[in-house]
Design a binder for this molecule. Structure first.
Ligand code: GDP
Ligand code: IMO
Ligand code: MG
Length: 429
């Protein structure tokens, strides 16, 4: 029996959705444990693309999909996503898609505050997705949040909204110079969502523990990436939840001894959306080429992703923080045709060598990546399905990543499609 956590090792968009969809074939349950609709996870099956923001990426494999207590849920987005999947003939009924009664609800004022704050910060903005993620987690921590269990109780919901909105409107109007919100239409609209979603609302911890007892296999779907983690990322240019594997237990309501493996998804190069440090960022035509060939646009906001070389300092940090047991290298095909490739193995900072990722942004700003250069390959590798068939220099690049990270590569992805994959060692077998 295997219960595996999938996490992003960089700054998100590593291709988690594709890999969760692929591995979900072998799982019985797929659970999201943190984040919200700031995530955009892409699956491509038989040429058709699906982007999911809240529904776990196991839905196309018809697996039980759970939204854990650690997730913040915008019900308008979830309802829309369920409708879109239903239109495509995909079952998302309450037997298959369940939401934790303890998951916090993203309210209109969370979005309003997120957007107004970013506007106010100007150049100093974080570059959030504007989906209200930070303000919702803030309310959770300050005990002013609304959970699904409150959302589906009309009386409690109305009372809570009225109480909370007084303070939110004061803040919106007087500090952020933003429009205050009217509670009545908000309550009415959310009651519609509540009626629609109520059949899906359950105690996820009980569902998870029953599945474990029955010997079912569980896949935990991380969102964002290790370096967007609220504790371990490039703070304050991070998201507002713990994205590392340790949070899979807390955000889904199970104990840590149930986890049997942690797979880190590594894009063959690095990307980042939004502001914040990025030591190996490219500002030249190679960066542009990777951005174009990799179609590096945010799946949630459509923003152009910043691109750079693979950073082993980042990867080693992710390996330690998550306790990685295996790696998946994605988008290797995007590097086809480059004469040479660079891998950052350490940083040089004020004459000192740094092998571990620093916490200080000031230090990070002065860090210069030290690169190792490897030869590229000219072949189109997207049709390759066996490791041995990869060009010699592609295998050399992968071997070097494995050596430097000291973690085995289990899977290599050479295209967005589910089948465009090379399995070296299957995590579920
Ligand atoms: P996630 O947030 O980690 O799930 O990743 P996203 O879906 O936001 O971004 C990854 C993008 O790369 C999506 O457009 C995927 O369809 C695409 N993708 C995933 N794996 C591969 C791959 O191996 N090669 C190529 N060319 N595209 C890939
Ligand atoms: P997936 O799951 C990439 C980034 C935002 C911003 C910062 C804070 O698709 O990998 P937030 O809205 O969370 O308060 O924004 O985090 N960010 C992501 N970047 N992929 C994501 O998710 C992201 N989710 C948030 O761009 O820099
Ligand atoms: Mg994404």
């Amino acid at each position: 029996m295997s219960n595996i956590v999938i996490v992003g090792t960089q700054w998100g968009d590593e291709g988690k959705g594709k890999i969760v969809d692929l591995l979900a074939e072998y799982a019985d349950v797929v659970v999201r444990f943190q984040g919200g609709n700031n995530a955009g996870h892409t699956m491509v099956v038989e040429g058709e693309q699906f982007i999911s923001h809240l529904v776990p990426s196991g839905i196309l494999q018809k697996k039980t999909c759970l939204i854990g207590n650690g997730v913040v849920v915008d019900p308008s987005v979830l309802v829309e996503e369920l409708d879109r999947l239903k239109d495509k003939g995909i079952d998302t009924g309450p037997d298959l898609l369940k939401i934790s009664e303890k998951a916090h609800v993203i309210m209109p004022y969370h979005k309003q505050i997120d957007l107004a704050r970013e506007r106010m910060k100007g150049d100093q903005k974080i570059g959030t997705t504007g989906r209200g993620i930070g303000p919702c987690y803030e309310d959770k921590a300050s005990r002013r949040g609304i959970r699904f269990v409150e959302l589906i109780d009309p009386e409690v919901f109305k009372e809570t909204v009225n109480a909370v909105l007084e303070e939110k409107n004061f803040y919106l109007k007087n500090y952020l110079s933003a429009e205050p919100l009217d509670p009545e239409p908000m309550v009415r609209q959310y009651q519609d969502y509540a009626e629609r979603l109520a059949p899906h609302v359950v105690n996820i911890s009980i569902v998870m523990n029953q599945a474990l007892k029955a010997g079912k296999q569980i896949l935990f779907e991380g969102a964002q990436g290790t370096h967007l983690d609220i504790d371990h990322g490039t703070y304050p240019f991070v998201t507002s939840s713990n994205t590392v594997s340790g949070n899979a237990c807390c955000g889904a309501g199970i104990g840590p001894k149930e986890i049997t493996g942690v797979i880190g998804i590594v894009k063959a190069y690095t990307t980042r959306v939004g502001m914040g440090p990025f030591p190996t960022e490219l500002f030249d035509e190679i960066g542009d080429r990777i951005q174009k060939k990799g179609a590096e646009f945010g799946a949630t906001t459509g923003r152009k992703r910043r691109c750079g070389w693979l950073d082993i300092v980042l990867l080693r940090n992710a390996a330690r923080l998550n306790g990685l047991t295996g790696l998946v290298i994605t988008k290797l095909d995007v590097l086809d045709g480059l004469e040479s490739l660079k891998i950052c193995t350490r940083y040089e900072c004020n004459g000192e060598t740094l092998e571990d990722f620093p916490a200080s942004l000031k230090t990070l700003e002065t860090c210069k990546p030290v690169f190792e250069t490897l030869p590229g390959w000219s072949e189109d590798i997207s049709g390759i399905r066996k490791f041995e068939d990869l060009p010699k220099n592609a295998r050399r690049y992968l071997d070097r990543i494995e050596d430097l990270a000291e973690i085995p590569i289990d899977i290599i992805s050479v295209g967005p499609g589910r089948d465009e994959t090379i399995i070296v060692c299957h995590p579920f077998t």
